[in-house]
Design a protein around this ligand. Structure first.
Ligand SMILES: N[C@@H](CCC(=O)N[C@@H](CS)C(=O)NCC(=O)O)C(=O)O
Length: 338
């Protein structure tokens, strides 16, 4: 039962008490009222009357709300996402508060940091909470009048806005065959790795133990960290269960994860990036996931060790960090020291 349902239940009950104690509206047959009056006297009958009316109204209200909740269909609230803007505008990326040691605490936001860095597009970052975004999630960008949520839409928007006339690089138009290969590779990264991040950061006992301190580093008051961590754990477990991954035992889950990591490692081989010498969106997505796993410092070692079985994935992450994020990471470290 949600907090809204509790609140509604309490207010219905309170209203019912108020109404029933002033005007005895009979909700049951007159015969039953007579039995109550004869057996319990007027005062007792009024009290019983009031409490029963209250109970019935509260139960009906509660039942109504619960039934309504059961059949509730979640509907999108965001307007259609703009797919192209004006190149002259400046880009602001909305992120969670910065976590020292990684491009972002969120792999979804890291993707955009990596994409913008690969594209050499200047941008500024602002930290905020997800509910400020049109889809209630981070990342989103502000670009002139356009607010663009969701990493996949943001990457398409940036390509449409800045890609015209480019013959190489991540913004350059791709032929349909390469686009399909890049998108398939992104789907391979997304099918298990982000869930593994959720599982090993929030549910696995070793990851969960450090979750309150991670929350605290992100600015959550110490007193609330434990409660928020426990709430997140319950939500992530429900999400994993609903998508089906939460129904696998740990051994089966890890088998799926290893299958995908092995495939990604084989696709990368000895290349610098997944599709050769130039990064694509697929690299933004793969890097983002590997960076939080290997460097956020709050991931269960069980996941870190699984990634470390693939030397080329570790080298790949280190290379991107060194090439594109050295300044940011140094700045974070200096802020931490200072
Ligand atoms: N499909 C979205 C997913 C974004 C997403 O799930 N963001 C998470 C952080 S990794 C978030 O904002 N969670 C906060 C919340 O759900 O309240 C994207 O790729 O941008």
């Amino acid at each position: 039962m949600s907090a809204t349902q509790y609140a509604a239940l309490v207010s219905i009950a309170a209203t019912a008490v108020a109404i029933s104690s002033r005007s005895p509206v009979t909700l049951w047959p007159a015969a039953l009222q007579r039995v109550l009056d004869d057996n319990f006297g007027v005062v007792s009958a009024c009290k019983i009357h009031a409490s029963i009316t209250t109970l019935i109204v509260a139960a009906l209200g509660f039942l109504g709300l619960s039934i309504k909740g059961k059949f509730k269909v979640m509907k999108p609230k965001a307007p259609p996402t703009p797919l192209k803007g004006t190149a002259a505008e400046s880009i602001v990326l909305y992120d969670f508060p910065s976590l020292p040691g990684v491009a972002s605490v969120s792999h979804s936001v890291s993707k955009i940091h990596a994409f913008l860095a690969f594209a050499k597009l200047p941008y500024t970052t602002k930290s905020t909470s997800p509910d400020t975004g049109p889809k209630g999630k981070l990342p989103y960008i502000q670009h002139g009048q356009n607010t663009v949520p969701d990493s996949v839409f943001i990457m398409a928007y940036l390509r449409n806005t800045y890609g015209k006339g480019q013959s190489s690089g991540i913004l350059a138009p791709m032929d349909a065959g390469k686009r399909a290969r890049v998108d398939s590779c992104m789907a391979l990264v997304e099918q298990t790795l982000p869930y593994a991040v959720g599982y090993y950061r929030v549910i696995d006992p070793q990851g969960f133990r450090t979750l309150p301190s991670l929350m605290n580093k992100l600015g959550v008051p110490r007193l609330l960290c434990g409660l928020i961590a426990a709430t997140m754990r319950s939500q992530v477990s429900k999400l994993l269960y609903l998508v089906g991954l939460g129904r696998h035992c740990r051994q089966d889950f890890d088998w799926l994860l290893q299958r995908d990591l092995t495939a990604l490692s084989a696709l990368l081989g000895s290349q610098v990036y997944l599709f050769g010498d130039e990064p694509t969106d697929a690299d933004a997505v793969l890097f983002a996931n590997l960076d939080v796993i290997l460097h956020d410092g709050h991931m269960s070692p069980a996941l870190v060790d699984q990634v470390k079985q693939h030397d080329n994935l570790v080298r790949y992450t280190a290379h991107i960090r060194k090439t594109f994020f050295a300044d940011k990471l140094k700045e974070q470290a200096a802020l931490r020291r200072g």
